[in-house]
Write a protein that binds this ligand. Structure first.
Ligand code: AMP
Length: 254
C-alpha cells in the first residue's frame, strides 16, 4: 500500500515512528499526470532503495505562464493506482501553503545555465524549480533522487545546486522514455490533439538529423512549428517548440 502524506507534519510522524531508521530512501519528484517516463524513474528508485517517496506537486512558482498552470493535466486517481502498482511506499501530495510557508520570499537562483535555453524563454522558471527541489530534498533527505534526461537542463542545474550547497544526495539522471514514433513522453502531450501529436513527431525526427541547428530551425518553421530555440551545447542538441497550445522540449546526444 502506498501511504499518502498530505503535509510535512505527517512526514515528521513517519520519521518519529522510526520505520525508516537505518534504511535508504529514494526520491522521485513529479508534477503528476504520470506516464511511462515517470514510471522508469520510480522503478529504478524502488529497485535501488529500501523506501521510495514520490511527490506530486504542481509547483506554481515554476510556471511563467498562468494559462499553462491552469491547463496542466491532473490525474490523481490514475497516478495513485500506478504508484500502488509500482509498490511505492510514500506519496507526498502537499498543499501550496505547506511548501511555501514563506510565500516564496526565499528562492534559489543560479546565474549562468539557468539564463540560457529554456531559461531565456521562461523567465523565473528555474528559480521555481530549484527552490521547490531544494525544499523537497530538505524535507526527505533522500540518499538518491531521480531526474529525467528529458529535462536535461533541469537535471544539470539540480546536480549543480546539490554540489554547490553540499547536499548529501546522489542525483541520478535517467534516460528519456519515448513513444515508439520518437516523441518524448510528457504530461503535456495529453493536451495535444491526435493530429498535433502526429505532427509533433517531426520535432525529434529533425532534431536527430546531421543538419545544422539553423537549418533544423528553418525546416521546423517551414512546416509550421513555432520554434523557441535549437542550440548545441557540448555533445548535446537542445530544442523547444510550440505545437498548438503546447510547448515541447527535446534534447539528443550528438
Ligand atoms: P514532471 O512531472 O514533468 O515534472 O517530471 C518529473 C520527472 O520525470 C522529471 O525528472 C522529468 O525529467 C522526468 N520525466 C518526464 N518525462 C520523462 C520521459 N519521457 N523520460 C524520462 N524522464 C521523464
Amino acid at each position: 500500500m502506498t501511504q499518502i502524506i498530505r503535509s510535512i507534519h505527517e512526514w515528521k510522524e513517519v520519521l518519529n515512528s522510526r520505520v525508516l531508521s537505518g534504511k535508504t530512501i529514494g526520491f522521485v519528484p513529479t508534477m503528476g499526470a504520470l506516464h511511462k517516463g515517470h514510471a522508469s524513474l520510480i522503478e529504478r528508485s524502488v529497485r535501488e532503495n529500501d523506501f521510495t517517496v514520490v511527490s506530486i506537486f504542481v509547483n506554481p512558482t515554476q510556471f511563467n505562464d498562468p494559462k499553462d498552470l491552469q491547463n496542466y493535466p491532473r490525474t490523481f486517481e490514475d497516478d495513485l493506482k500506478l504508484l500502488e502498482d509500482l509498490k511505492v511506499d510514500f506519496l507526498f501530495y502537499p498543499d501550496y501553503a505547506d511548501i511555501y510557508n514563506d510565500n516564496f520570499k526565499y528562492k534559489i537562483n543560479e546565474n549562468e545555465l539557468s539564463k540560457i535555453l529554456c531559461g531565456k524563454f521562461r523567465p523565473g522558471h528555474f528559480d521555481g524549480v530549484l527552490t521547490v527541489v531544494m525544499k523537497l530534498l530538505n524535507i526527505f533527505r533522500p540518499d538518491k533522487a531521480y531526474f529525467g534526461e528529458k529535462d536535461y537542463q533541469q537535471y544539470l542545474l539540480i546536480d549543480g545546486m546539490c554540489k554547490a550547497f553540499f547536499l548529501d544526495v546522489e542525483i541520478i539522471p535517467c534516460p528519456i522514455v519515448r513513444e515508439p514514433e520518437g516523441l518524448a513522453l510528457s504530461s503535456r502531450n495529453a493536451l495535444l490533439t491526435k493530429e498535433e501529436k502526429i505532427f509533433a513527431q517531426n520535432f525529434p525526427r529533425l532534431l536527430k538529423t546531421k543538419k545544422s541547428c539553423d537549418s533544423i530551425k528553418s525546416e521546423l518553421e517551414k512546416i509550421g512549428f513555432k520554434v523557441d530555440y535549437i542550440e548545441e551545447i557540448g555533445n548535446r542538441r537542445f530544442g523547444a517548440v510550440h505545437v498548438g497550445k503546447v510547448r515541447l522540449i527535446e534534447n539528443v546526444e550528438i
